[in-house]
Design a protein around this ligand. Structure first.
Ligand code: ATP
Ligand code: MG
Length: 416
């Protein structure tokens, strides 16, 4: 076999104990999505490159440095999806769903970005997200944020997270602010990082999102968006804030929050934590009224968010994710017992209970393995039991051991 026998840089295997938590996060999100009236959508993992390149912005970090682009055997330019929103918007247009508005979509799946891998930052990572299309009211932003907050509560991490929020205003406000920013950064051009010099020409707002230390210093004294917001933008934001206050969701205004992608307007927000080191953003989103139109669809207001499952799972208390079902170990004490044990396990599972066979090793070892696995009961079968049609029930929790008839097992009350 050629090539190294290991995962590609920035990718990893998720083993059963990892997936236990991932599943818990995803199931919690799916459950919340259903409560909020969101339907699940699954778009392809790769799309025509234009779907992402044209919509996320050529100067965004994602498109300029992070996409996995390739030409397939038929010569098509394709891109592995780096995020979910563009695919959902593409689907909304290509499936002709505009007559069905408002529409609410939930999704979950792998995303791909060529980034510098580190803890909480991978080249294949997982996102779940929500997109609400068709509402131009700030109340939709509020509901969207509330759903995110409910999810963080459900998975036990809301106390660790802060909602940071800002507004990018409407197009008119953004144009005025853009001019002010260009003027400010032009007068400090020599101090800007190379990346930000390029951004200055193409998308100066993005400089505010820079992680470069020099840029950060300049950003601290940059003109504030607040000064350039028109009445419409101010009112919109006021209503968003009033709505989240009404729901008792704590938040922090962050005037430097601009988000990495081109399509945002009005509300932008992030839930951040100090518990994950540098990769502190667990969930991020905002309003993107212009996106669908930019892609060639009808003008469609929209708001949504995406969360990094890898990061959410890192924060989630493991005990919330482990299953709280009773586990019954079925153990043969000898060959006759082993032979019967598979059938007994089968019967137990047909009652909807978790049963596991332990098929190798001596009796003592099997019991020990079952105990280590967290079994609550062991059902022991030996030649005697098989002949007498009985089962020995050991309760690992109390240490008690009793012998019951095989027919009683069918209704035995196993409990934790
Ligand atoms: P960052 O500033 O951390 O690069 P971003 O703005 O690029 O984040 P978004 O595009 O908003 O991230 O994606 C939403 C969420 O997806 C992030 O808040 C984060 O939790 C997660 N995420 C983004 N990129 C990665 C990655 N490479 N590995 C793991 N999770 C990621
Ligand atoms: Mg990024």
């Amino acid at each position: 076999m050629s090539g190294k026998l290991q995962t590609v840089r920035g990718t990893r295997d998720l083993l059963p104990e990892d997936n236990l938590v991932f599943r818990f996060v995803e199931e919690s999100a799916y459950q919340k999505a259903k409560l909020y009236g969101y339907g699940e959508i699954e778009t392809p993992i790769f799309e025509f490159s234009d779907v992402f390149h044209r919509t996320l912005g050529e100067t965004s970090d994602v498109v300029s440095k992070e996409t996995y682009d390739f030409t397939d055997r038929g010569g098509e330019s394709l891109t592995l999806r780096p995020e979910g929103t563009a695919g959902v918007a593409r689907s909304f247009i290509s499936e002709g769903m505009s007559q069905l508005l408002p529409l609410k979509f939930y999704y979950s799946g792998p995303m791909f970005r060529y980034e510098r891998p580190q803890k909480g930052r991978y080249r294949q990572f997982f996102q779940l997200g929500a997109e609400c299309l068709g509402y131009d009211t700030p109340l939709a932003d509020v509901e969207c944020i509330a759903m995110a907050w409910d999810l963080l509560k459900q998975i036990g991490i809301s106390a660790e997270c802060v909602l940071e929020i800002n507004t990018l205003g409407d197009a008119e406000s953004r144009a005025a602010y853009r001019d002010a920013l260009v003027a400010y950064f032009k007068s400090h051009e020599s101090e800007l990082s190379a990346d930000s010099k390029t951004r200055l020409e193409k998308n100066p707002l993005r400089i505010l999102d820079s992680k470069d230390e020099g840029d950060k210093k300049l950003n601290a004294n940059a003109p504030k968006f607040e000064t350039y917001l028109n009445e419409n933008s101010k009112n919109f934001f006021k209503k968003v804030l009033a709505g989240i206050e009404k729901l008792g969701i704590p938040y922090k205004l962050n005037p430097l929050l601009v988000r990495g992608l081109d399509y945002y307007c009005h509300t932008v927000f992030e839930f951040t934590t100090s518990k994950l080191g540098a990769q502190g953003t667990v969930l991020a989103g905002g309003r993107y009224d212009g996106l669908v139109e930019t892609m060639g669809g009808p003008k469609t207001p929209a708001v949504g968010w995406a969360a990094g499952i890898d990061r959410l799972a890192d924060l989630t208390p493991k005990e919330l994710a482990v299953s709280k079902e009773v586990l019954i170990a079925i153990i043969g004490a000898d060959e006759a017992g082993d032979e019967e044990s598979v059938k007994l396990a089968h019967e137990i599972r047909s009652r909807g209970l978790k049963a596991e066979n332990f098929l190798s090793g001596k009796m003592g070892k099997k019991m020990q393995k079952a105990n280590n696995k967290g079994a609550h009961y062991a059902l022991i079968l030996g030649g005697n039991e098989v002949t007498n049609n009985t089962v020995t029930v050991k309760n690992f929790q109390s240490g008690e051991q009793t012998t019951v008839s095989r027919s009683e097992i069918a209704t035995f009350d196993f409990k934790i």
